[in-house]
Design a protein around this ligand. Structure first.
Ligand SMILES: [Zn+2]
Length: 115
């Protein structure tokens, strides 16, 4: 993969890595995680998220000092490539302090997500 392609992929989550076309967003959802500020533990396993994510509808529903997680699922309409982006952040006032971003590209979260 050329550098230009890599850099584009880094800044455009919705680009398909195989055909470089824009992928369709299948859905997105906000969750909270049972972790408090100062006690963040990085988890890269899909199983952790399936067990611990608690669905919320607004950022305001997340108690102060508690971690949040945003999930966006993409699908390429051209080649069928699928990707799920998991972003873990701490909501601080109007900002989001990002701790981790993970991508699952093998359907690891498909049986959990409702989209
Ligand atoms: Zn594609």
């Amino acid at each position: 993969m050329g550098l230009f392609k890599k850099v584009r992929l880094l800044f455009h989550d919705d680009l398909c890595p195989s055909c470089m076309k824009s992928m369709e967003e299948r859905g997105r959802q906000l969750y909270m995680l049972p972790m408090m500020v100062g006690h963040y533990d990085s988890h890269a396993s899909a199983l952790y998220y399936k067990k611990n994510l608690i669905k919320v509808y607004r950022k305001a529903d997340i108690p102060t000092g508690q971690y949040a997680c945003g999930i966006i699922a993409y699908k390429c309409l051209d080649c069928g490539f699928r990707k799920v982006k998991v972003s873990v952040f701490l909501p601080v006032r109007d900002q989001e302090k990002y701790e981790d971003v993970f991508y699952f590209e093998n359907g690891e979260l498909d049986d959990f997500l409702e989209f």
